[in-house]
Design a protein around this ligand. Structure first.
Ligand code: ATP
Ligand code: MG
Length: 443
């Protein structure tokens, strides 16, 4: 088992010496028992927030007083120390605004979502586990603490948290909780887009995301209805042995667990159902699907309030995921010009994942992608020019030649196009000569 850091033990010790109860709680206890490294060390205590503030005077900030949370600094780290509490009434499937402090640790553990998240541990490593979270941990099961329907109804975000923890920890959702997850899914409509997005991204980046995607499209479809037509859709195409949804889910599992990449795979084929045609031979075709996926992606990313930068990257990757890149230096420079080095790297990862989720007979494409990656490395290592920043002349040179205003940008782009295409060398004198009158020759 991982050790409890000295600074965390010190904070717990200070509280107990002050006459209060104090425990590690939630995710860190779960992760300690699983041998995973906890992300943070949350604590729960019988001390009221004011008492915690006084005990750690000068090292404590009241970060969430309304919910009883004080952030304590110790040993260069921060710890969230929250007073034992129970949640007040739930109005609309969302977290309550009011909370009530309590002196009972068991009550505090009872408000928590899953049994494996409802354990507390004291500084000496002794466990308090009223919901038998240890048993579920051993059986790798996610089970609501309490009656599943009621707990999910109180706060519908827990439905997405169930999917997230299931994917991240690789735990199945226990049968009764699972039933409630499906049954209560519609309540996700009341949850703020940002919170859904954060849980979705964590879920997609989980080691077991493929299983969760395959098992819960109905749940995800509550806030991503665009994916529902893909579920069960037979592609009737020799490249594909899976339905559109199964291909999508598998492709997610074949790309590195980074939010932009995983989200791209989730969205890349959502345009297929609307574009499907079947020819006389009975074979399915999806002409133009990347463009339709691109529009759907835009719509979804806006609705889920993705930041502009991530949204732009994902949209580009979805749009180009199916466009062939010729295995030639010129084509590679063009791609680099359009997407930048990171963009092309990501696009090749997308193409690789897409192909890995196709019929085994077409896995030969992997070698084509290997070759494109080698070509990319070569073009980058040689520092070929593909951006204005690398061009051997700049705006000052054009001003010196008498160009003005918008003409400057236009001429620079014209030179860059010629260099990317290999019609001109990226060499200062030659580029200036081309500007001074050799334009005809270049064309
Ligand atoms: P992570 O490793 O992602 O931080 P975590 O279990 O610590 O996982 P947090 O979202 O940080 O998850 O929440 C901390 C703890 O607070 C949880 O372990 C759980 O006990 C409780 N909790 C958080 N959100 C909810 C919720 N919506 N309903 C009930 N309990 C919750
Ligand atoms: Mg946490």
């Amino acid at each position: 088992m991982e050790a409890i850091p000295a600074a965390a033990r010190e904070v717990l010790g200070r509280l107990t010496e002050g006459g209060y109860e104090a425990y590690l709680v939630g995710g860190c206890v779960r992760d300690l028992l699983l041998g995973r490294t906890p992300g943070d060390w949350d604590m729960t205590t019988s001390a009221l927030p004011e008492a915690t503030m006084a005990l750690f005077a000068g090292h404590a900030v009241p970060t969430g007083l309304r919910h009883g949370t004080v952030t304590v600094r110790a040993g260069g780290a921060s710890f969230e120390v929250t007073t034992y509490r129970v949640d007040g009434a739930y109005g609309d499937h969302r977290r309550p605004d009011t909370v009530r402090f309590t002196s009972s640790l068991t009550e505090d553990l009872g408000r928590r979502d899953f049994t494996v998240n409802a354990m507390a541990m004291d500084a000496g490593g002794t466990l308090v586990d009223p919901f038998d979270g240890q048993r579920d941990l051993k059986n790798r099961l996610l089970r609501c603490a309490g009656v599943p329907e009621r707990r999910l109804e109180e706060d519908a975000l827990r439905i997405m948290r169930a999917l997230r923890f299931s994917a991240v920890l690789g735990f199945e959702i226990e049968a009764e909780t699972d039933q409630a997850v499906h049954h209560m899914a519609a309540a996700l409509e009341d949850i703020a887009a940002e919170r859904l997005r954060e849980e979705l991204l964590k879920m997609l980046c989980g080691a077991d995301a493929v299983r969760v995607l395959l098992e819960y499209p109905d749940v995800l479809g509550v806030f991503l209805p665009e994916l529902l037509p893909a579920v069960g859709l037979d592609q009737r195409n020799r490249h594909h042995c899976y339905t559109v949804w199964e291909h999508t889910a598998r492709s997610v599992g074949h790309i590195p667990p980074e939010p932009v990449l995983r989200m791209t795979m989730l969205l890349h084929d959502l345009g297929k159902p609307a574009c499907m045609t079947v020819d006389e031979a009975g074979e399915g075709h999806f002409k133009g699907h990347a463009g339709v996926s691109h529009s759907l992606a835009k719509q979804i990313l806006t609705r889920l309030r993705f930041d502009n930068d991530s949204a732009a990257q994902i949209e580009k990757l979805v749009k180009w995921h199916d466009a062939p890149i010729e295995p030639a230096e010129r084509a590679m420079r063009r791609a680099l010009n359009k997407m930048g080095a990171e963009g092309v790297r990501a696009l090749l990862a997308v193409k690789r994942a897409d192909n890995l989720a196709q019929a085994p007979a077409y896995l030969g494409r992997q070698q084509e992608i290997d070759a494109l990656e080698a070509l990319l490395a070569q073009v980058l290592a040689r520092d070929d020019c593909f951006s204005l920043r690398q061009l051997a002349v700049d705006g000052h040179d054009l001003v010196a030649l008498g160009y003005q205003g918008r003409e400057i940008g236009q001429k620079l782009r014209w030179l860059l196009d010629a260099v990317v295409d290999g019609r001109l060398e990226n060499e200062r004198e030659g580029l200036l000569a081309a500007l001074r009158g050799g334009e005809e020759e270049v064309k």
